[in-house]
Structures are given as structure tokens and as C-alpha cells.
Design a protein around this ligand. Sequence first.
Ligand code: SF4
Length: 365
Amino acid sequence: MDSGGTGIYVHIPFCRFRCDYCAFITYTDRDHLIDDYVTACVEQMAREVARLDVPADTLYLGGGTPSRLTAEQVAAIVDAASLATGAEVSIECNPEDVSADLLLGYRQAGVTRASFGVQSTATRVLESLGRPESPVSLQFLAHAVGASQLQSWNIDLIYGAEAETSEDFRTSVEAVLALSPVLPHLSAYALTVEAGTPLSRAPDRFPDEDLQADRYEWLTARLEAEGYEFEEISSWALPGHTCRHHQRYWSGGNYLGIGAGAHGHLSGHRYWNTVSPERYISMISNGASAIAGEEFVDGPRQVFETESLLLRTATGVAWEALDHEALAILSERGPLIQRRDDRAVLTVAGRLLANRVILCLKSSR
Ligand code: SF4
């Protein structure tokens, strides 16, 4: 878990296409802004890190599609972050963008960890998700990672697309488990319907939650058999490959938010930047703040929010943080939590009902 300190999140809001399920802040028609946008991120970063007492030790480039950036642009962002020695530097990549040269350039720019949005190895599943690209060769990705000598890497999968069969999902999982070098971190997300997306207007493509639960249970058992450790409801890691930046989010830690639409959190002060890349560039280049909104969270609300996040992780919450009588009513079909020393940690059944278990936190009242 996060032991203090500060991380940095940089949002890169540019994509080549828009996936049907995506509600992230990203644009498919603003590539002409990328150079000026990177310059603005570097400028905001320089201002913000100058105020830190101790250098940040995690940097995460998310999106959008950060792999739209060249190695030189990534190097400019990493340099501006003035990171602590041994910092973790992660970048999200669209598999279609990847080459061994690009990953090597990222590694030379200071990147230590890449995360690839594969989602599925089945063409019809990708089509059903509204992703217009064909599946990439996973072994090609693995070779590129190996050649670049990145310290760690992740693959994202999504399950529950309307066209996906259980066999499709199992084939995707077995493909990532068969890679060489071995994949050290996997995230698998249940497809969710976000308001305002094309998927939200297509009820015939909504995911079946019972099927998703079946796939989750199978996946959990399969990953545990391969030595992957439960990290958070949607993430598993081999020992030594947990994502330190995400651990920071999950434990209510501090991080700067750089870029359009980025969120930051510093000791209960939450803020978010303007979502328009044009406006972001203009504000930063004029010496202004890009913050579009903020709130201060403390007291019981802060406790509840932090415990809600921790409950989803392998760290869990203090045993006495839960109302065990309320929990017993939910647990008719078996235990939803297990005790590990003085902590309460979700069982697999509990992970499937996490949103209801969270309401059994005493801090929720
Ligand atoms: S590539 Fe990622 S960020 Fe871009 S539209 Fe698809 S899901 Fe959203």
C-alpha cells in the first residue's frame, strides 16, 4: 500500500477512434494540438512539482491514448516531473501503436511500466465493443516489451460484450497467460454501461451481469492457480509487480493532476482541470491555473471514501470498521469477507457484491 509521498497523473486526451463504451475525456479530432498540449503539460508540471517538499515517486500517463506521443514528447514530460530515484513511470498504450522501437524509446525516456489496452483477442468481441481495430499479436507485444527491457507491464481485458462467449473470454485469458516473457500484471474489467456513450443507447448490447459474474469467478481461480495475487477487484499481479501509482489511488494518497480533465488530490483537497484541450493550453500558456473545480473532503466523508477504496483491495479495512450484523444479512449464500489478522478482506463472492458490502461500513452512516 501507499506509504505516503506524492504521485503525478498526466492525462493525454487524444484517440484515433472512439470506443462505444468509453466515457473518458478524450478527442478524436484534435491531433493538431498535441505539440502545444505537451508543452502546456510540461509547464503545468514544472509549476506544480516546484511546490512539493519531496519529489514524486510515481508518474502515470493515462488517457485517452498516451502512446500517440513520441518518445521525445514522453521524455519532456518525464523530465519535467523531476522524479525521485527509483520512481515508477507508467504509460497506457494502444496495442496498435506499439513497436519495439517505440517501447525502447519510452524506456530510454524513463518509462518503467507499460499498460496495453488489448480488451479481447476475438475480432467479433472488439467489434461488439465498438473498437474498429483487429486484435494484435499478443506475442508481438510481449517480444517488444522484452526487447525494450521495461521493468513491468500490464494487459487490460474487458469481459461482458454482447458478442462474447465464455470460450472467447477463456481464449483471451489463456493467450495472455501463455506469453513469454510472462505477463506480470493483468487487469480485467466488467463492461459497464456509462451514460452518454453509444453503448448506453443500445440496450441489446448491454452486458449480462450473471454471465460476467461467472467469468469473474473462473478468472479469479485461473489467475490464482498461476500465482497471480489479488490486488484490487479488477487487478492481479505477480509478486513484485503491483502498480504503485494505483495503490496510491486506492489508499487515498496524494497525486497531482496534470492536463485537461485530470483530477488531483492533496490531503483532502480535490481538484480537476478544464476538460477542453484548447482551453487548457490557453490557460497554462497565459500563466493561469487550469483548475475548473475543487472541493475539500475531511472528517467522516474522507474516512468513508478511503475505506470504500481500501475495501476493494487485498489490504481491506480494519475488522471493526464493518457492521457485521448488517453484513450477515447479505451473506446468506456464504461469507463475503475473510479475516486476515485485524483486517477484513473481500472473498471472491464479496468482490461480486462489493458495492453492497461497502454500505456495511460503519463510516457510511
Ligand atoms: S482507446 Fe481507450 S480512451 Fe480511447 S476511446 Fe477507446 S477506451 Fe476510450
